[in-house]
Design a protein around this ligand. Structure first.
Ligand code: ADP
Ligand code: ASP
Ligand code: MG
Length: 412
């Protein structure tokens, strides 16, 4: 008998029929004798619908009220799922984040979990009940409802698994595992049997939204066995594993390709080439809580530099307003921005022991006439900024350049 924490995402509970199907699945596990704690998302589209309602009333709703609003989505699904379980004769009890108590900090809309009270859940499990917890939400120490950021139900699932020392945290979604890249973009993408935490973290950070970044951080930190599976069809899914010593992993240089369209680049032109200029430009950006990702500096002949960096698209106007003031003080010439960019990253622990990965990447892009605007690397990743319109072409060509395409099925 094992203790499983299972998380079901929005599509998996997107209709009443889907909720019934999830209840069937849980009933089966329960009948096999397992203890079950379930975290659920809101029905698909619901969180966006709620955010839409908020923006139709206000351009600037307070984060506290946004959290009160969007947390309602998950409250609907916990109750419906419990009703479906009761109908099947399975005892189950629903809990909001506050009822559990999933204690978070007070950073509304992006709160972090600090502690989870497991006493109610343990009592229910001992009494043979299935525990159904609302994903994505918690409560701060003053009793305010908080939420964990988009995709946050993944983190609820992993945090519950860590707190309860579950045998496995299973993330049920609409794909049957983690793929070499988003299967919606490359039809030949392959499911991975295993991926390391480190690679999964890099994939998630570089834009693969199959798991929220924090859920992977959490799983790595607390050593939670984590698996991504489909709620629509049976299969082993993908295990996110700690070991890197697996022979199959060593042979692979690049495990996956991630991408995102969330960033925009900002260039400050004609910055005097003096010590401290970059710091003076970037310090107020950081102070305004704007995250800077890729940074590139070019030196020109006339003793000035151009400093280009990327920020989230939602932060471009704010960044430009800040830079206007700094640039006047510094005597820089101009500020430009471009939101029509995309970032494509290749990820793999195998890169540590292989040379020539960057040149393979750059040649594959050159063969498609795709210009690289910026480059950034880490030990297990190379990311490039390109024009947004070439994104899908770039991902497809890199996918085949690194031998990731699925082999055609052999004729039988
Ligand atoms: P859920 O609602 O279950 O949380 P998400 O939409 O958040 O589901 O995540 C699943 C989606 O992630 C898939 O439908 C897929 O399009 C996307 N995705 C992006 N990159 C990958 C990848 N490397 N492997 C699998 N899915 C990926
Ligand atoms: N419902 C939330 C969202 O749409 C949380 C989640 O689904 O993980 O982002
Ligand atoms: Mg998700």
């Amino acid at each position: 008998m094992s203790l499983f924490v299972q998380k079901y995402g929005g599509t998996s509970v997107g209709t009443v029929e889907r909720i019934e199907a999830v209840a069937d699945k849980i009933t089966k596990f329960k009948a096999e004798g397992h203890d079950m704690v379930i975290a659920v998302s809101a029905m698909s589209g619901e969180t966006n619908r709620l955010l839409g309602l908020a923006s139709s009333i206000s351009d600037n709703p307070t984060p506290r009220e946004l959290d009160v609003l969007v947390s309602t989505g998950e409250q609907v699904t916990i109750a419906l799922l419990c009703m479906a379980l009761h109908k099947r004769g399975v005892e189950a009890r629903s809990y909001t984040g506050q009822q559990v108590k999933i204690l978070t900090d007070s950073a509304h809309t992006k709160a972090r979990i600090q502690d989870i009270d497991v006493s109610n859940m343990r009592a229910d499990l001992s009494a043979g009940r299935v525990v159904v917890v609302a994903g994505f939400q918690g409560v701060d120490e003053d009793g305010n409802i908080t939420t964990l950021g988009r995709g946050g139900s993944d983190t609820t699932g992993v945090a519950l698994a860590a707190a309860l020392k579950a045998d496995e945290c299973q993330i049920y979604t609409d794909v049957d595992g983690v793929y070499t890249t988003d299967p919606r973009v490359v039809s030949g993408a392959r499911r991975l049997e295993k991926i390391t935490f480190e690679e999964m973290l890099e994939m998630a950070s570089q834009g693969s939204k199959v798991l929220q970044i924090r859920s992977v951080e959490f799983a790595g930190k607390y050593n939670v066995p984590l698996r991504v599976l489909s709620s629509f069809k049976d299969g082993p899914g993908t295990l996110i594993s700690l070991e890197e010593d697996d022979a199959s992993m060593e042979q692979v240089v690049v495990s996956g390709i991630a991408f995102n369209r969330d960033e925009a680049k900002v260039t400050v032109i004609g910055v005097p080439d003096t010590p401290g200029a970059a710091a003076r430009i970037l310090a107020p950006i950081g102070e305004a809580n704007i995250e800077v990702d890729v940074i590139v500096q070019n030196i020109s002949a006339d003793n000035t530099t151009d400093l280009t960096f990327t920020v989230h698209r939602n932060d471009v106007e704010k960044a430009k307003a800040i830079l206007k003031v700094v640039c006047d003080e510094l005597g820089a010439k101009d500020i430009k921005s471009d939101a029509k960019i995309a970032k494509v990253s290749i990820v793999g622990v195998g890169m540590r022991s292989h040379a020539g990965v960057a040149s393979t990447m750059f040649s594959a892009l050159a063969n498609e006439n795709i210009n690289i605007q910026m480059i950034t690397t880490s030990e297990i990743k190379i990311a490039v900024i390109i024009e947004e319109r070439y994104l899908e072409l770039a991902v497809r060509s890199l996918h085949s350049a690194f031998g990731l395409d699925a082999q055609p099925q052999e004729e039988s």
